[in-house]
Design a protein around this ligand. Structure first.
Ligand SMILES: Nc1ncnc2c1ncn2[C@@H]1O[C@H](COP(=O)(O)OP(=O)(O)OP(=O)(O)O)[C@@H](O)[C@H]1O
Ligand SMILES: [Mg+2]
Length: 384
């Protein structure tokens, strides 16, 4: 069937780095991407066809985005889901559905969904309005306290091993989750389109710094057996299918000590653990997000080799206009690919970019990472 160009007008709620990295896929397919973001010249707004400035839960701004779009997708899940559901009921096409976004926004409801649909996940119990330490002891220590809503990048997650930890608990609506020991964390990107076609990427291993409990780097493919690799892809597809919608999803998984896979949480959008796909896979996660939005046949997810992705975050002790050091050195390293997110302010720990290294084996990639970290850094221009 002939198709008129531009192929579509794609609206994106949120203009962060994920939407920014969707822009090249839109440009390649002659899709006009309009961003809604509160910030003038947001990271994605800088490179999009158009940007509407407004809050992500502002009914007027969301309505305006819908008027300018044939399909709407998301850069993040912290958006006005109720108004989006009303707009979807009025006929606006959204990928994924706002009902799925709303379900995922609430981690407790997300976990209940997994329990109901038979998707393996760590055991959990709600904490109620006025919890006591006795409730925690009854559930079992160690465990993890998680807020129902609003958590990201580990904020909203608190490990409880003792009464002292309980004293430092999160003072908001929360639930308890069994602590999964074993230490291996995987993520599988999955794309699904309205035809029912589903594809999964190879599981990526999230290597966490054991002292800082922060993501250190991502390795693709994950260092797991072929059997576990296939199980992880299967479970990730099943999880996405349980939502009964289309789009791109990041499925975070734990591997328990017994070698069992448990779904931690799902992101209904592109994900940090899929950034390597830009250079390392036949089709990037962003291109498959766009194909899912347009209901086009999905692209192959095969890895072209081994890959390592590390975030470039603001150095402690500085704020202000971003200053990068080591760009010359990085540029001389073979098969190192830097992505800067266009943020005009650098703060300690803020994700300012990432880089992906491609190579033959993981050991060599980690060695290259260590040499890059000696020279590459980003910080604000003003000491704090
Ligand atoms: N039940 C658990 N057992 C062991 N570790 C856990 C558990 N839940 C969370 N964690 C640790 O805390 C990290 C953050 O948890 P989670 O992914 O639920 O929160 P988040 O705030 O959404 O984080 P992010 O935005 O980084 O994905 C996990 O990647 C894992 O290292
Ligand atoms: Mg997570």
């Amino acid at each position: 069937m002939p198709q008129t160009l531009p192929l579509a007008r794609l609206g994106v709620v949120g203009g962060g780095q994920l939407a920014r990295m969707l822009a090249p896929a839109c440009n390649a397919l002659h899709v006009h991407m309009t961003i809604l973001d509160p910030m003038h010249q947001s990271p994605a707004g800088q490179v999009a066809f158009d940007q509407i400035q407004g809050a992500l839960d502002d009914p007027d701004a969301l309505r305006k985005l819908c008027e300018q779009s044939d399909i709407v997708t998301f850069d993040l899940e912290n958006v006005g889901a109720d108004i989006l559901m009303t707009l979807a009921d009025q006929g606006m096409e959204m990928v994924p559905s706002p009902a799925t976004i709303r379900l995922i926004q609430n981690k407790y409801e997300q976990k209940q969904h997994y329990r109901k649909t038979g998707i393996p996940t760590a055991d959990f119990v709600d904490l109620g309005e006025d919890p006591a330490f006795a409730d925690v002891v009854a559930f079992g220590l160690p465990c993890v306290q998680k807020t129902h809503t609003g958590g990201y990048d580990g904020r909203g997650v608190h490990i409880i091993r003792s009464a002292d930890d309980w004293d430092r608990r999160l003072k908001t609506r929360s639930f308890l989750e069994q602590f999964v020991s074993g230490g291996t964390e995987l993520a599988v990107m999955v794309a699904r389109r309205d035809s029912g076609e589903v594809v999964a990427y190879d599981p990526v291993e999230m290597v966490v710094d054991p002292d800082l409990h922060l993501l250190d780097y991502l390795l693709a493919p994950a260092r797991v057996s072929e059997d576990l690799r296939q199980q992880a892809q299967q479970l990730a597809k099943q999880t996405v299918e349980s939502f009964g919608t289309s789009g791109l999803f990041g499925v975070e998984l734990f591997v328990s000590e017994a070698g069992e896979l448990l779904v931690n949480e799902v992101a209904p959008r592109a994900h940090n653990s899929g950034h390597h796909s830009i250079e390392a896979c036949v089709t990037s996660q962003f291109e498959n997000q766009l194909r899912a939005c347009l209901n086009l046949p999905l692209g192959r997810t095969d890895l072209r080799g081994h890959a390592l992705t590390a975030n470039l975050v603001g150095e402690p002790g500085f704020v202000g206009i971003p200053v990068i050091e080591g760009l010359d050195a990085l540029s001389q390293i073979p098969d190192a690919h830097l992505h800067l997110y266009g943020k005009d302010e650098c703060r300690p720990g803020r994700k300012m970019g990432h880089f992906t290294l491609l190579g033959e084996d993981h050991h060599e990639l980690v060695q290259r990472l260590e040499s890059i970290r000696k020279v590459l850094m980003i910080r604000g221009d003003t000491p704090q």
